[in-house]
Design a binder for this molecule. Structure first.
Ligand code: GUN
Length: 287
């Protein structure tokens, strides 16, 4: 079998068109322009690229965008003061602090200082807790985008065996919660899981989010399964830099029913979902 390629780039483009329309309507009906503030501390090259893409796409859908670039040596106190200022700025509806943060800063403390109503990353403990207990909340963007693509490929997810590889707060745990809400039987596998290939082989739906280049091999995949690859890993091959996922694309796509490519799969969905969260946050703050 050769897997159907799930085109996240095209899906994200469609989402952005709908978001741009909603932004236009908010302006016309309510005089409201949603605004997203992104904070980058330090010079991490990958983070710089993400932040520039976020800013570009935010403006493209008609929203306000602010970028705050702070020195790598910024103190926790100064970063918390900036978050506080953004919390109190009525033009800012969404706040995103790019991770990872430098060592001197306690990321959990910073994330939990963001007003939960402006937490478009969905990382605040209040939003994570609401997701875990089935209450309406802002939900982390990569997990939402991953589940959208899985539903697009598979239709209803009811009753499917889903295996999530990775237990991070950013992807693994929230995506598992979303899959539970879709009535999947969910296993969260991780670095201490015994017989990981055997566990993954049970899955109708595999979500790989471990950050290990090409770790998941084709013979781990149940024939016909849907593979959503969240990994974005930069490797050197044949003397050239290359982006690869957590799944070995060549062998997995020979067995799976559908698969996301890297790049062009989950990646583009993350920013589209961030824009969507910003519109949601702005609507909730308007009254
Ligand atoms: N770093 C990598 N992915 C993300 C993300 O989705 N949100 C934030 N804030 N930082 C990230």
């Amino acid at each position: 079998m050769t897997a159907k390629v799930i085109d996240g780039k095209a899906y994200a483009e469609g989402l952005r068109v709908r978001i741009a329309k909603a932004v236009k309507e908010l302006g016309a009906k309510h005089g409201l322009k949603p605004g997203l503030a992104v904070v980058l501390v330090g010079e991490d090259p990958a983070s710089k690229v993400y932040v520039a893409n976020k800013a570009k796409q935010t403006v493209e859908v008609g929203m306000n965008s602010w970028e705050h670039r702070l020195d790598a040596a910024t103190s926790e106190k100064d970063l918390l003061a900036l978050v506080d200022k953004l919390n109190n700025d009525p033009a800012v509806h969404g706040i995103l602090v790019q991770l990872p943060l430098p060592k001197q800063i306690d990321s959990t403390k910073v994330l939990n200082t963001i007003n939960p109503a402006k937490d478009v990353d969905g990382f605040h403990v209040v939003n994570a807790g609401k997701l875990a207990t089935g209450q309406d909340s802002l939900v982390a963007c990569t997990p939402v985008g991953s589940v959208m693509l899985a539903k697009d490929a598979l239709g209803k997810l009811d009753g499917l065996e889903a295996v999530v590889i990775g237990r991070s707060n950013i992807v693994g745990k929230p995506v598992a919660q979303l899959l539970l809400q879709e009535n999947c039987t969910v296993t969260i596998a991780h670095s201490k899981t015994k017989d990981l290939p055997g566990v993954v082989r049970r899955a109708d739906l595999v979500i790989a989010a471990v950050g290990r280049p090409e770790m998941v091999k084709g013979d781990w995949i149940k024939p016909g399964a849907c593979v959503i690859d969240v990994g974005i890993n930069r490797i050197e091959r044949d003397g050239k830099g290359k982006l690869v996922g957590d799944c070995d694309y060549a062998s997995c796509s020979a067995v799976a029913g559908s698969i996301t490519p890297v790049p062009g799969g989950v990646g583009p969905m993350t920013i589209a979902c961030l824009l969507h969260n910003t519109v949601r946050a702005a609507c909730a703050q308007k009254s």
